[in-house]
Design a protein around this ligand. Structure first.
Ligand SMILES: NC(=O)c1ccc[n+]([C@@H]2O[C@H](COP(=O)([O-])OP(=O)(O)OC[C@H]3O[C@@H](n4cnc5c(N)ncnc54)[C@H](OP(=O)(O)O)[C@@H]3O)[C@@H](O)[C@H]2O)c1
Length: 328
């Protein structure tokens, strides 16, 4: 590998606040046959990184060491069996770990070419949210054009992506967010209705709007019964997180009478073959939306890789909208 034999990775040991994050320089491991090495243009930060930093989201055994789940950049080396990418290609990729780095190892199957017309740095903000929204809203939730879709956390990385993808698909979109400005951003991104959950009860507003077909929930706790109450016949609730708790009591009668589906998933634990299948579907269905200008990552802020503590302080503060990026 001509560019460098070492790279910087970011570790959180012991777990804790942003102050535990340290930059370490390590040898770049040899590539496996199905892997590519990416010289990073940018590395995306996601809420799961905070949960891992706090010690509640251990990395799978096969993950590269260090924090970080997504990256964009230029391919500088390919494994022996990789036929889909060559050195010099501009890509973005989903990784199971080690994504905050100047050189990132990715499975070729979980990488995608940089969408035409999108800045290479900004492309780092795509993989984690697009894979998550595609898998949960479009596959598990089976959102159909013309249906009504509710996303909580409308200005999160996930929420900003979900609003745009659902609109591009022809759905009616309702989003919740915690401030007036965040609600304005939801509407700018295409939400038909934006609910400031600190001022309005989302259940009442959604009932007044005629109910919803699909909910993407990251709040859990008391939101679950409310989501069930507003789902229409045959509605689907997909859980991807539980910011207000993983436990709750629900009335199963409503689930039965309305023939609801309650489901959920995590992305990181899925096998490589599954991520490769998702990547193919996303390339066919979502990349054209990006190339047509109907979906773009909302970038909140950029920090130098070495200033990762400040980046995580912004994440912890919760005032960001969209994605925070690290620039090596
Ligand atoms: N299952 C999966 O595969 C998967 C994959 C990726 C992400 N996730 C999860 O999806 C969520 C979003 O991820 P992200 O990276 O997009 O996060 P993010 O940009 O940091 O956004 C988190 C959002 O949560 C909202 N929020 C925080 N605390 C809340 C609370 N107590 N009640 C209601 N809303 C609250 C905030 O909105 P307001 O400021 O408007 O309150 C914020 O928009 C995270 O919980 C993450 O763990 C799951």
């Amino acid at each position: 590998m001509a560019q460098s034999r070492t790279h910087r990775i970011i570790l959180a040991q012991p777990p804790g606040g942003p102050e535990v994050l340290t930059v370490e320089t390590r040898q770049i491991p040899d590539l496996q046959a199905d892997e590519i090495l990416i010289q990073s243009a940018a590395c995306g930060i996601n809420r799961p990184d905070q949960i891992e930093r706090l010690g509640f989201y251990p990395a799978p055994a096969w993950a590269q060491p260090g924090l970080g789940l997504e990256v964009s950049g230029v391919v500088v080396a390919v494994g022996a069996e990789v036929t889909t990418f060559r050195t010099g290609d501009e890509v973005c990729a989903l990784v199971s770990g080690g994504g905050y780095s100047d050189y990132v190892i990715a499975k070729a199957g979980a990488a995608l070419p940089k969408p035409a017309g999108l800045d290479l740095e900004d492309s780092a903000g795509l993989p984690e949210t697009v894979f998550t929204v595609w898998a949960n809203v479009f596959e598990s939730g089976a959102l159909a054009p013309g249906e009504t879709f509710l996303v909580h956390g409308g200005t999160s990385g996930i929420g900003t992506t979900a609003i745009q993808m659902a609109k591009a698909h022809g759905a009616r979109v309702i989003a919740t967010a915690g401030t007036k400005d965040k609600c304005s951003l939801c509407r700018e991104l295409g939400a038909d209705v934006a609910i400031n959950y600190r001022e309005q009860d989302f259940e009442t507003v959604c009932q007044d709007e005629g109910g919803v077909d699909v909910v993407l929930d990251m709040v859990g706790g008391p939101y679950v019964q409310k989501n069930i109450n507003i789902l229409k016949q045959g509605g689907r609730m997909v859980s991807i997180a539980f910011l207000q708790g993983s436990r709750c009591e629900i009335d199963l009668m409503r689930v039965m009478l309305k023939r609801l589906t309650l489901t959920g998933s995590t992305l990181r634990a899925r096998p490589d073959s599954e991520k490769a299948r998702l990547a193919e579907a996303i390339r066919a269905r979502v990349w054209p939306w990006i190339e047509a200008g109907r979906l773009k990552p909302v970038i909140d802020s950029r920090f130098a890789l070495g200033d990762v503590r400040s980046a995580h302080q912004r994440l912890d503060g919760g005032e960001h909208s969209g994605k925070i990026l690290l620039i090596p």
